[in-house]
Design a protein around this ligand. Sequence first.
Ligand code: FHN
Length: 430
Amino acid sequence: MVSHNETKEERDARMGWWREARFGMFIHWGVYAVPAGIYQDKQIDGIGEWIMNRAKIPVAEYIEYAKRFDPVKYDPDAWVHLAKEAGMKYLVITSKHHDGFALFDSKVTDWDVVDATPYGKDLLKPLAEACRKHGIKLGFYYSQAQDWRHPGGAAAGGHWDEAQEGSMDDYIRDIAVPQVREILTNYGPLAILWWDTPTDMNQERAEAFLPLLELQPGIITNNRLGGGVEGDFSTPEQHIPDTGIPGRDWEVCMTMNDTWGFKSWDDNWKSTQTLIHNLVDIASKGGNYLLNVGPTAEGEIPQPSIERLKEIGRWMQVNGEAIYDTQASPFQRPEWGRCTRKEQDGKTTLYLHVFDWPADGTLGVPVSNNVIACYLLADRSREFSTIQGKEGLTVQLTGDAPDTICSVVGLEIKGKPEVIQQDVEQTEEG
Ligand code: FHN
């Protein structure tokens, strides 16, 4: 992204940590956590961070919520610890979302945490410090094309208040570009810049931001700047593409319930099993998983999110090797689960993620290579025998599934996988 003249080797080096990481935390946090999905005593449908737009709340009224945004329980060290405990390697936080509210001390507006809230302190500085201290990469989300608070920023989302009237070009010049300069300058090394909603961005508008990226050599950007700028990776949202996105880096962003920003009444939490299966499914197709939390206005990550992240972390402690730095499965989705692989030193380790421990104890693996070793990742002393046949290898499992969500079998084979042609069409999404 930074240089169009980059060689493939330079690009691979820049993307290296991100491809290894596979798992990150998304944080949607802002003033919308105050109404938390309720306006004038009514539950407002849709994602919580869109409440201003959905309920057509006038600007003058919405900005009053900032007086109740007082995250006294904010503990950036604890957030970073939680991400690490879950096995996440990076986090991306909304430095400014579509309501225009900045979590940082912006010099180009008063609509930020320092000037508009009783808390009065920059929220990104201590988070950046915590990330550096604990070795987690930090990314900033920035909504470049939507800002429902400042004149000219509400073109993409539609507007409902005279206070929003104005020129989008002026908005980009006077607010968005200077703010992106601020976030790229004041918080030390940044790993990712995560643009959002490219609607209404043309080439000229997008190009106004590009020189700023030079402020952070090595930064990785997503594909949502607009104006024809591809960015470094694609961003399927709330769904996992059937066969990944071959030839392209990609990251699925997803909520744990049905909202990004905190909503007090959204209890539709995905199970830990679903979240682990999603992580594995994405890794088996060569992508990253950016899983969201939406902290409260007091600065707390909701308990159901914490519980799930800790459970994922316990699984990752045992099985992380089968996720980090792996590549997509060499063959179609097997009926028993998913596969990831690592190729090194003339051998390949196939990680067989068994969702359904088979009743007959056999796992079909459609490769014809010679086997070096086969064992349970959670306990390498538990070895399994394999049989070579016309349709590939059959692993003969013994005993019960050690993990009811996903047990991983390490299958080491000589050389690169020689996949036996599978004629069965994959009909189910997977
Ligand atoms: O409108 C936003 C939404 O609020 C949220 O931030 C997601 C996260 O990817 N992005 C936009 C919708 O695509």
